[in-house]
Write a protein that binds this ligand. Sequence first.
Ligand code: PLP
Length: 449
Amino acid sequence: MSLVREPEGSPAGDAAPARNEVFRDGRLAGLAPEDLAERFGTPAYVYDLDVVSRQVAGLRACLPTRFDLAYAVKANPSLAVLRHIASLGLGADVASGGELRHVIRAGFDPAHVVMTGPGKRDDELAAAVGAGVRVVTVESVSELRRLARIGEGLGRVQPILLRANATGAASMERVRIIGDEGVGKFGMGAPDLRIAAAEAVASRWLEPIGLHAFGASNVTDAAALAAHVEATVDAAGALAVDAGFELRLVDAGGGLGIPYAEHEAGLDLVDLGRRLAALSDRMDDREATRGTRLLLEPGRFLVGSSGAYLTRVLECKQVGRGHVVIVDGGIHHVLRPALVGQEHRVRVVTGAAAEPSAVPDGLPVSIAGPLCTGLDFFAREAVLALPAPGDLVAVLDLGAYGATESMPLFLSHPMPPEVAVRGGEVWVARPRVDPDVWLGWQVGEPGGA
Ligand SMILES: Cc1ncc(COP(=O)(O)O)c(C=O)c1O
C-alpha cells in the first residue's frame, strides 16, 4: 500500500483514497484552520510531523534491509522537522557547513550524516571531517585533493563517495539519465571519475567506498527510480573493480516524488519495493556487492505533503471577466510556483466558500499575493467558489522547498512563523520575524547610521 495514497479520511466509495497529508477533513494537522490563524497569525507555515512519520514508515516498509535513509535537509531545515526525523533514526544529507551544524544541534549522529554538494569550501570540508561524518561525496578531482590535504592536516582518514555526473558521464552510460540536472554542474564525467578513484585509492587520507549519482527530481515512476538505483550500482561496481577498492556504499540520491496536481498518482511503494528487492537479491548473488549498502537521500518525499502555507484573504475584486482574490501571503514565501512552474493545490478552508455545498459563480477565480509582480499567483482563473475577505486559504504540499526555497526579503513583509504539530501538540518552531530585524542590520553611510 502506498502511504502517499493511503485511505485515511477517504469517504466510503471514493475511487482515489485520501493522501497522507497535512490537510484532512477540512482541518490542518488535525486542527481548525481558524484556531491556528488566530493563535499564530497569517501567513504561516504549518507542518504535521505525524504525516512525516507515516511517510518514513511507508518508505522503510518497502525497502530491503540493505538500504539506509539520509534525509535531505535542504527540503526543510526546520529544527522541529530535523529533531523529529532524527528521533525516527534516519541519517541526514547536508549540503553546507550551516546544515552540518544544524543537524548536529538537532541530534543526528555525525556517523549517519553524509555531505554532498558541488561547491564545498575548505572550512566546510574540514568541519565535516572533524565531525566524523559517515561519508563526504566528492564532486571534482580538485575537491578530492583539497579534502586529502584537509584530512592530512587533521590527521583523519575520510571515507568518500565519488559523484558521477548523471547527465554527462559518457562512458558511465549505465548511469541512465532519467531526468535533467541542467548543464551538468554536478559530479564528474567518466575521465575525472577514473582519475579521482585512482588518486583516492592511492591516498593515505581518503578511503573511497563507493559512488553517488542523483537521477532526477520529483520522480513518481517506481520503474524509473529502481532503474536509476540499479544503473548506479552497476556503474559503482565497474568503477570499484577498475580502481581496486571495495564497494561498500552506493548512494542513489533523492528525487522520490510526490503528487502535486489534483488527481496525480503518487509513487507506488509496493512496486518500488518489489523492484528494489529484486535488485538486492541480485546484489546478494555477487561477491563484490553482497555486503554493499545502498543509500537514498529523500527530502521531498518525506516532508513535502506534511506542510501547508496558511493565508488570509485581504481583498476580492472583479477584474475584467474574472474574480481576483488577494491574500496576505505570496511567492516571497512560496517561490516554487514561479521558480519551477509548479502549481500547488490551493484550498479555501474557512467561510462559505469552504462548505461542500459551495458552488462557483461562473466567473474564474485567481488567487494572488500582495507582491508587486505579475508572478505572484497561487491560482490563475480556477473554477472555485469565491472566498470572502477574512476567509483562510491554504496552499498545500509546502513541507518541502517551501520556507527554505523562498525569498522573504522581497518587499519587506514579515517572515512567516513555522508552526509544528505532532500528536495534537502544537508549537512555534520558528517565530514570525519582523522586517525591522533585517532592515535594522543595514548601514547606509560609512561609520554607522
Ligand atoms: C544530492 C542531493 N540529495 C538529495 C536531494 C533531495 O532531493 P529530493 O528532495 O527531490 O528527494 C537533492 C536535491 O536537490 C540533492 O541535490
